[in-house]
Design a protein around this ligand. Structure first.
Ligand SMILES: [Mg+2]
Length: 250
């Protein structure tokens, strides 16, 4: 892995789309969620206005900006409200893509997840903070890993769990990953692997980074990339990368 400082203008030659993960990349890690009975409280994180400007500038330079997150669409729309005309939103680990009000669904996980959901809901454990509202995957926020969740899911050969340090995502094995979202988004915009640069920081970004022409890791202890930036640097990882790209094109 090379340091982002070593990126050159030549690396950008073929790049047409830049894919950003959200948590740990555009906003700091950590989701505040609380669930008491039927009341779920979920904090919306604010994107720095500097990053909003950078996204607009990259879009002006001709790059397609794809946000690829494990979060739900409603949340991403809220977070990216100021740049919605300039971004393509791929959500719930590649399950679907939103572009200018049109939704492309990439997987139907209903039959796969329908039986497991009530089983997971039945677990009583103080470490469970809450189920994040999602349409295509199941996300359970926990203060730490819970073996019971992993055991229940592992009994179903079609499903995976990914632990990202604050929550489990449960989805369809080998299918429902950010690579699916990338593949389908590339089809929509007629792009090739060499046209894609992607940045991610966590285990659910592994497949996305592997399928991108140029990958940038924002946490090299968790994912590999052609380049890396520090997670805890002076700037947020996406800010770092956008600064770099814009400076190379100046
Ligand atoms: Mg992340």
């Amino acid at each position: 892995m090379k340091s982002l400082h070593e990126m050159t203008k030549d690396d950008l030659k073929e790049i047409k789309m830049i894919v950003f993960d959200v948590d740990g990349v555009i906003v700091p890690r950590g989701t505040k969620i609380k669930q008491i009975g039927n009341t779920t409280t979920l904090e919306t994180k604010i994107i720095e206005s500097k990053e909003i400007e950078q996204i607009k500038q990259l879009s002006k330079k001709g790059f397609l900006i794809n946000i690829s997150s494990g979060r739900g669409l409603y949340m991403l729309q809220e977070m990216f409200r100021k740049v919605l005309p300039f971004v393509v939103l791929t959500y719930e680990n590649g399950s679907a893509t939103w572009h200018k009000g049109k939704i492309y669904q990439h997987i139907n996980s209903f039959e796969y997840l329908n039986d497991i959901f009530p089983k997971l809901k039945q677990i009583i454990n103080k470490k469970i903070k809450g189920f994040e509202p999602k349409e295509f995957i199941i996300t359970i926020h926990c203060t730490e890993k819970i073996p019971e969740i992993e055991e229940i899911v592992s009994k179903d050969p079609n499903l995976y769990t990914v632990w990202n340090g604050e929550a489990y995502d449960v989805g369809v094995k080998n299918q429902q990953t950010k690579a699916l979202g990338l593949r389908q988004t590339m089809k929509i915009f007629k792009l090739k692997k060499k046209n894609v640069m992607a940045m991610g920081d966590n285990y659910n970004d592994t497949e996305l980074l592997k399928k991108s022409g140029i990958s940038v890791s924002a946490d090299k202890t968790r994912v590999n990339g052609s380049f890396f930036v520090p997670l805890e640097g002076q700037f947020l990882p996406a800010d770092n990368l956008m600064q770099k790209i814009l400076s190379l094109l100046d």
